[in-house]
Design a protein around this ligand. Structure first.
Ligand SMILES: [Zn+2]
Length: 405
């Protein structure tokens, strides 16, 4: 006998265009979306859920996080300032001290995952540190945690050279091994200011990407023309290797402090090469101009980055509050601009992460969030915390708490 399909009909869902609809979910996917009251006849075993006019949006995409280094749910770690201005090497040393005294990594990673899922993120890209001091231990732990949460959230892992590649002997081999173990992308870190060898660093990163058929996601904090130069180098390689849609520059602060004509040129180049930009709208830095880059056709997506770790004490794992922050720092006031901020944490993230069948549409996976809001722009401004999170049409979290495991 053929297995009976599981069917749920969500009545009175408010869509992004303001209309009320009935959403039919069969075997975890939307198979019909009809004006409210017009859902196709349900099978006898169908479950009916009345959403009562709540706004329904696709589950959020957490595009950049560090599952291995957060202390969320662990003891509070007071921030230690650098002794002589911001210094990545010094911060990595503080991080090592903090991690030595922390709860087990698997426990901290799970705390952070549940925080994110509770707020409605059901897809994520996490960077995981690989270097001579920790070897592959972080990757092995986070790979196991990913497996445990496979039914709740889709996770991509980036093998992240936190201590550089050329300046940390043995790291290139470890990154190679991390990709063999199951990491999906190869990371990078400030090729100029950290390894002081842009060509050497990018040769290693793109060489590994080609070898494994992996995507690339490079942390680039360098500002001004030094940052711009590296963005151009990354775009040129992406184009030359035919890797459009598979490469991200995370942070790219430099795009936020260059003249308008240089930015326009960079935007054109990034769009043509198919390189995405990730921003978390950082607190005290220039950051990529979201509107101008989107206008140029660049995919700009969002992430929390650090959450209560050795880099800063902020971060709540809520991508709707991140959309609020991105909109606030970008000076977005009009409804269409607020909707753009929302797009950064939903559809643009899905595009950058190459998620298949994403969104509120027939055929898509029924991963969505329901909440009380007038519409999308109001949700970005109000950030309602009372939400219900559905994974493949089934409730997994409510009011920030995981309900299903
Ligand atoms: Zn990061």
């Amino acid at each position: 006998m053929a297995p009976v399909s599981e069917q749920t009909i969500f009545r009175n869902a408010k869509l992004a265009d303001g209309s009320l609809a009935d959403l039919c979910v069969t075997d975890g996917r939307f198979n019909a979306i009809a004006p409210a009251g017009n859902a196709p006849l349900a099978g006898p075993a169908a479950i009916m859920v009345d959403l009562g006019g709540q706004l329904v949006v696709p589950a959020f995409v957490e595009g950049h996080i560090h599952l291995d280094t957060s202390f969320h749910g662990d003891a509070w770690r007071p921030h230690i300032p650098c002794t002589n201005g911001f210094d990545v090497r010094e911060r990595v040393a503080f991080q090592a001290q903090n991690l030595a005294a922390a709860a087990p990594m698997a426990e901290r990673a799970k705390n952070q995952l549940e925080l994110c899922i509770g707020h409605g993120s059901l897809a994520m890209r996490s960077h995981v540190m690989v270097d001579g001091s920790v070897g592959l231990s972080h990757v092995e732990t986070v790979l196991a945690v990913r497996e445990t949460y496979r039914d709740l959230i889709d996770i991509q892992l980036v093998a992240f050279p936190q201590s550089g590649i050329l300046s940390s002997p043995g790291t290139a081999e470890l990154l190679d091994e991390a990709l063999k173990l199951g990491c999906d992308l190869i990371g990078g870190l400030d090729p100029a200011s950290f390894d002081r060898d842009v060509k050497g660093h990018l040769d290693a990163v793109f060489g590994l990407a080609q070898k494994h058929g992996a995507g690339v996601d490079i942390h680039l904090h360098d500002g001004g023309t030094l940052g711009l130069f590296q963005v151009e180098e990354i775009a040129a390689r992406t184009k030359a290797l035919g890797m459009a849609g598979h490469v991200t520059v995370s942070h790219a602060y430099g795009l936020g402090d260059i003249p308008a004509d240089a930015l326009a040129k960079a935007g054109e180049m990034l769009a043509a090469a198919g390189v995405a930009i990730m921003t978390n709208a950082p607190g005290n830095h220039a950051f990529p101009p979201v509107a101008a880059l989107r206008q140029a056709g660049v995919t700009v997506f969002g992430g929390s980055d650090n959450i209560r770790d050795s880099w800063w004490p902020y971060g709540d794992g809520d991508m709707l509050s991140r959309a609020n922050m991105i909109g606030y720092r970008s000076g977005f006031y009009e409804d269409r601009e607020l909707a753009d901020a929302f797009d950064v944490v939903t559809h643009a993230g899905a595009k950058a992460l190459r998620l298949a069948d994403y969104g509120i549409m027939v055929g898509a996976k029924a991963d969505f969030v329901a909440m009380r809001a007038l519409h999308v722009p109001e949700a970005v401004v109000a950030v309602p915390k009372d939400r219900t999170v559905y994974r493949r049409g089934k409730v997994v979290a409510g009011d920030g708490t995981i309900l299903a495991r």
